[in-house]
Design a protein around this ligand. Sequence first.
Ligand SMILES: [Mg+2]
Length: 140
Amino acid sequence: MTQMYDNKEISENTKESMTRPKILVVEDNLLNMELVFDILKSLGFVVHGAINGEEAIKMVENEHYDLILMDIELPGKDGISAIRIIKSKPGYNDVPTIALTAFAMKGDREKFLAAGFDDYIAKPIDVPGFMKQMQKYKKS
Ligand SMILES: [Mg+2]
């Protein structure tokens, strides 16, 4: 009986994690990463992190993500180069991608959209605004 109960628990956990959108956060600033993780988890997302573009590219080759949040200023490959490569991977052409940037100025939105991003979030992150923005990526 214990065995059956355990299996049921496992299958329910699996089912739940399958219906929760999975987000990849690419951010080299660990404080920002922690903040974004806490917010996204509180909204019910499954969250994975990468600290640079190269790591993110490897991760998308092994797993499917429903949304990608990408810092622009990263050591090595920048976020714009990394997202171009990720978008060219099988299954990633239509995955929404959002730029995380401290350089949100007039004209930047167009620059990020032209680079293949669907939207951007300015840093420092406005927590209520960010939460509201992320709500629309939740599956019902
Ligand atoms: Mg950075």
